[in-house]
Design a binder for this molecule. Structure first.
Ligand code: ZN
Length: 348
């Protein structure tokens, strides 16, 4: 017994003595383990995120569990090196595959199924058409691990009828995706002049930038068409940014704002709802005066995008809690979604 009592405190102390006495090469190897541990922690966190999102799907009123899931995701994404984390790279691919699966699930017979993708990417399916907005592969981050594989991009292109690209910035405009859309016989409404010398340019459409004209884009080889108003938006002063309001053959109307951020443009933003009845608005969450922009469009439903854009520095990223604050008195109209989630919108 006596021996046991003596031995126990020695065991307790071993850690502190051992640490300071450890040879240098051992301490270096411990440091090598840290990225592995961090990655394992991300894996566990993202697995919990997926399980919680599955159990608590997108809704107007956010449960504490869903709020916690989005905050967990914020914490993984709020890292300057997020794109380098293998767990997040895998999550990006799995969540995008989930959208392809959701589009192949039950058919959309009324209303719309709206799927959110990284970064400001959306796919909207109605009974008559499937629209894509600002889809990106992740290639703009310059990290080979954070890029969707070509087969998956092709699956996305095949699932859609038409792609809209708001402006040329690479977190919105992805050459490879545009090329795959065109190669699969799908049209791409591109920003003025973008890729006009590329071999696939014959599949690109350059819409006029005017609030005063309704433009028509044929889909499925001219079997049907969508109506578009291409509002002349801007990112700051210098960058032309197309803000599209698209009406489907079944009479539903969807608006996507790209990187809209120009206070002078409120001159037309404030009046959009006078001529347009918007079902769903997909604004960039960081736009100046988000409640005023929402009021201008006056949509039934708001689904913010461009959250946690990991090519931006931390001060430019917008986590879920900050988007909720930025929505202000418009929060009741909004449904916050994570990458790979879909929401079935029941039109009135
Ligand atoms: Zn952007």
């Amino acid at each position: 017994m006596k021996l046991h009592h003596l031995f126990f405190p020695l065991l307790l102390c071993w850690g502190s003595f051992g640490e300071s006495a450890a040879p240098d090469e051992n301490r270096a190897s411990w440091r090598d383990v840290i990225p592995v541990l961090v990655n394992q922690q991300h894996q566990h966190t993202l697995a919990a995120v997926e399980a919680l999102l599955e159990r608590f799907p997108p809704k107007h009123t956010m449960s504490l569990e869903r709020q916690a899931a989005l905050l967990l995701l914020d914490n993984v994404l709020f890292d300057p090196e997020a794109a380098e984390k293998p767990a997040l790279q895998a999550f990006f691919i799995v969540r995008t595959k989930g959208v392809v699966a959701a589009l192949h699930q039950a058919p959309v017979t009324r209303g719309a199924r709206i799927c959110k993708l990284y970064n400001h990417g959306f796919i909207v399916r109605t009974p008559s058409v499937t629209l894509a907005f600002d889809l990106v592969s992740g290639r703009h981050l310059g990290n080979d691990g954070f890029v969707l594989p070509d087969e998956l991009l092709e699956d996305l292109a095949c699932a859609c009828d038409l792609l809209f690209i708001s402006h040329f910035h690479p977190d919105h405009a992805d050459l490879r995706i545009a090329e795959l859309f065109v190669r699969n016989g799908k049209r791409v409404a591109a920003p003025e002049g973008l890729w006009e010398t590329r071999p696939f340019a014959e599949g690109l459409i350059y819409l006029k930038r005017t609030a005063d004209a309704e433009q028509t884009i044929p889909i499925r080889g001219g079997a049907d068409s969508v109506k578009v108003i291409n509002y002349p938006g801007h990112q700051g002063d210098p960058v032309a940014n197309n803000v599209v309001v698209v009406t489907t053959p079944d009479g539903l109307t969807f608006a996507h704002t790209g990187d809209q951020s120009n206070t002078g443009d409120f001159e037309w933003i404030d009046t959009v709802s006078k001529t347009q009845k918007i079902d769903v608005l997909m604004p960039n969450c960081w736009t100046p005066d988000l409640p005023r922009l929402i009021a201008g469009f006056n949509p039934v439903l708001v689904i913010p995008g461009h959250d946690n854009e990991i090519s931006h520095t931390l001060d430019q990223r917008k986590p879920s809690w900050l988007i909720r604050e930025r929505l202000g008195d418009m929060a009741g109209r909004a449904v916050l979604m994570a990458w790979g989630e879909c929401y079935d919108y029941a039109a009135e």
